[in-house]
Write a protein that binds this ligand. Structure first.
Ligand code: HEC
Ligand code: HEC
Length: 430
């Protein structure tokens, strides 16, 4: 009976929320399956503001961006730029900070804005005004290839409107980031840090033009600085801390990592809003269940027929110097993330001027490319690329590469059209 029940619970959750990308790794025992399902349900079901009849899922807000993880990590393939009303979607998260030198021992790694904190919340609970709204306009950038073919990139221009708590500090920095795909994210800690650190080459001693820089960030539970592995700038050291950070920034749920709501001193309605019965909205075992769910998601398979010519080009164009295809995992097997998980200067055009610990404005973590085949061919979603979804195609993503990756982009541009297609086909099949 319990088995049948479990089947129906899984089937109904998956059918409503995670159509397509829902496959857990094989060989889990019943207890593990239960934990996976628990994590999945906390990942996909909406949280509600306090006070309510349920204490298991309350504590949302008072100021928040969205009410469920799955909203921003749509079926684990990443968020959209626009919602179906044509507005900038809630998956586009406006991070806020101030310029200036961050103290070396800062546990935050950046300077938040005085009135609006570290992120603009586009939602508030009843009686608590939202903070503001994000607006986006694109202009076109014309790119002409050496063979005279022409494509247009869309260049984003962001602004903040409808501020509800007075002006933003002068010189504030806005970095807009799209909820990334979560494919493979649960496997990053299976790679030994030694193997990741092998590729650090900040001063480019091997003269390949590629530096690779590690970020060191504050590990709240270990109470020390540790290697950053998650987020667009390697901001979080462990998956569990990343889940807690998401809860704090995006939903304002209190955890043992972050015990206070996201209200600044001027946000009186936020400070005075009703408090949930429990001081901690998401205790550690719930964070653990969500992380477990992410860790036990299978990495979808690459295309059956890989583009062999494209694979060769991926190496010869030096894409693979940053998008490293293979790492050993700690269990003696192999993982294929197509990332070095390190930071690289990607040039001014992609930069956001925002520092996070050692990461500078133009630096980003190499985005892993695992799961591309699933994202592009199987997920039934229109995929966009790069940290704010500005690239509509893989080709556009490549054409935005600058800084350390400029040479690689130029090699790409000098290929003939057929070879460009081989490379793109290969990347889309990963
Ligand atoms: C409002 C949208 C939003 C919500 C809600 C949200 N996320 Fe995210 N998530 C993001 C964005 C944006 C990033 C990238 C953050 C950055 O680089 O600063 C991210 C990053 C992540 C990462 C790191 C991915 C990587 O490649 O390193 C994980 C894991 C994650 N989120 C899990 C969660 C979980 C679990 C929840 C629910 C508790 C959640 N997120 C809720 C938008 C969201
Ligand atoms: C110097 C390191 C470096 C090199 C070389 C490099 N990349 Fe990247 N790549 C990155 C970084 C960093 C990002 C994330 C940039 C961002 O989001 O703003 C990225 C993002 C991407 C993305 C977008 C992925 C997504 O889901 O958003 C694709 C596709 C990609 N690279 C393919 C390539 C290809 C193909 C090549 C070779 C022609 C290449 N890259 C060369 C570092 C590099």
């Amino acid at each position: 009976m319990k088995k049948i029940l479990r089947f129906f619970v899984v089937a109904s959750i998956l059918a409503t929320t995670l159509f397509g990308f829902d496959t857990r790794v094989p060989n889990l025992n019943n207890k593990q399956i239960d934990k996976f399902i628990l994590g999945l349900s906390f990942f996909s079901k909406p949280w509600v503001p306090a006070p309510t009849a349920t204490t298991a899922r309350d504590g949302l807000g008072p100021l928040f961006s969205s009410n469920s993880c799955n909203h921003c990590h749509q079926n684990n393939t990443g968020g959209y730029v626009y919602n179906n009303k044509g507005e900038v979607s809630r998956e586009m998260v406006p991070r806020l900070s101030m310029p200036g030198k961050v103290a070396k021992n800062s546990h935050l790694g950046f300077i938040p804005t005085p009135h609006y904190g570290a992120q603009l919340s586009i939602n508030g609970t009843v009686g608590v005004p939202f903070e503001g709204r994000l607006e986006l306009k694109y202009t076109k950038i014309k790119i002409t290839f050496p063979d005279k073919s022409v494509v247009y990139l869309r260049n984003p221009h962001y602004s903040i409107k409808h501020l509800q708590y007075g002006k933003l500090a002068k010189n504030y920095i806005l970095s807009v980031r799209r909820g990334p795909p979560l494919i493979g994210v649960g496997y990053i800690e299976d790679i030994s840090q030694k193997d990741i650190l092998k590729n650090v080459d900040v001063n480019d001693k091997n003269h390949d033009g590629i530096s690779g820089k590690a970020n060191y960030v504050y590990d709240i539970k270990a109470k020390k600085f540790a290697l950053g592995l998650y987020d667009y700038k390697d901001y979080a050291p462990t998956l569990r801390q990343q889940v807690a950070t998401a809860m704090h920034n995006d939903m304002s749920l209190n955890t043992t990592y972050f015990t206070k709501d996201n209200c600044t001193k001027v946000e009186k309605a936020c400070l005075n809003a009703p408090k949930p019965f429990d001081a901690i909205d998401a205790p550690d075992f719930r964070i653990d269940a969500i992380a477990y769910y992410i860790e036990k998601l299978q990495i979808p398979k690459s295309a059956k027929n890989i583009d062999k010519k494209g694979q060769k080009l991926f190496a010869s164009l030096e894409c693979a110097l940053c998008h490293i295809p293979t790492f050993k995992n700690k269990k003696g097997g192999f993982l294929h993330p197509y990332s070095d998980f390190l930071l690289h200067d990607m040039g001014k055009a992609l930069g956001d001027k925002r520092s996070e610990y050692l990461a500078k404005g133009d630096e980003w973590r190499t985005t892993p490319l695992w799961g591309m085949n699933y994202r592009v061919h199987k997920s039934n979603t229109k995929q966009v690329f790069l940290h704010d979804g500005r690239a509509r195609t893989v080709q556009e993503a490549i054409l935005w590469h600058g800084g350390e990756a400029k040479k690689s982009k130029e090699y790409f541009m000098h290929l003939d059209k057929k070879d460009r297609e081989h490379l793109i086909n290969y990347v889309k099949g990963l």
